[in-house]
Design a protein around this ligand. Sequence first.
Ligand code: MG
Length: 158
Amino acid sequence: MSVRVGLGFDVHRLVEGRPCVLGGIVLPHPSGPLGHSDGDAVLHAIADALLGAAGLDDLGTLYSDKDPRWKGANSAELFADVVRRVRAAGWKPVNVDVVIATEGPRIAPQRAAMRARIAELVGLAADAVNVKGKSLEGLGALAGGTGVAVQAVCLVER
Ligand code: MG
């Protein structure tokens, strides 16, 4: 059996009035990620980690933000297609770990729901998906605290 690890990163600006879609769920927060799609930085980072592990380029190459097909796209649909590609290449996801750095929405109260949703989309048990929220200690490193940055790693095997 061989195993591989993949790393993903994504960042989006948080804008008032946009739905706060992160990790495939909508968080109760007055601002949400700006993007060509729904801006779900969590699913985007995990998707890049999965694609990286499987050696399948990256999200931006496969689903260009210049392509009108993906305008306003539900990231969960793109994500499901990424999982399909990874599995079609013979790789089985083993686990996913995510860090969400933001001074926007609080992650801890939504952690269980987010883990369950990501697990459902990847086809894993919820305990194989971990999500950690991280504040930026008021340093405002992300556009004065109005952004969200996400790191993700995943392991795959075949
Ligand atoms: Mg993105």
